[in-house]
Design a binder for this molecule. Sequence first.
Ligand code: 13P
Length: 258
Amino acid sequence: MRTIIAGNWKMHKDRAEAQALIDALAEQVGNTERVEVIVAPPFPFLAMAVEHLRDAHIGVAAQNCHEALHGAFTGEVSAAMLKSVGVSACIVGHSERRQYYGETDAAVGGKIAALLHAGMLPIYCCGEMRAEREKGTHFEVVRAQMNEALGPISPADLAKVVVAYEPVWAIGTGLTATPQQAQEMHAFVRKELRMLAGDAAAAIPILYGGSMKPDNARELLACADVNGGLIGGAALDAGLFTELVRIAARAAAHTSIP
Ligand code: 13P
């Protein structure tokens, strides 16, 4: 199973700060044989990140894309455009985009199809709101998100997707899902993936996102179905992010022992 640590910078950093973070990551992340490292800076810094992170084998992702190839969609960016500047992955369906920009599962499904068509890696985010967890409807919510966005994708294509479970109540709040809560939901996501993708589900990485930091990552990454992290706040600091990559590398070494 692949292990992935991805950093979502959200709308942070100006040019000089982005360059400093990119340089520090290129220097500090080091040999990452066991972990695929990806960073997702804002659009203006993507080409710069691609150029400076290539030798460090750190992949670059966008935080959003449009589902069409091109057209009259002012302010939007297509998967093919991202691909043409060396971006290899894209986060889609993040809860902030669902919440603030009204992105639906159907629209997100279209973005996933566009990314696959461009030969890119979609990182599909799902996860319940706090009220849904309190009502006990979190499994239903995640099932609907998975089925609606991923249902139309063929099993062969689903094998090229990464899923990120991000409970909305844990994002940027300092509240983290307990390892038990994370494992329970990740196992559920894996089961849903099996319905959609058959045997390919066993090899689809499922990342956890929501206040993952060096002090809670070890336990989360030790869970059988947690195959990495989608990191927000801690991805803005080269030291913390590098530490998370190291913790993930140790967890991957541990789980690969037969
Ligand atoms: P935090 O790590 O800041 O909680 O953000 C998680 C996230 O939303 C990553 O996409």
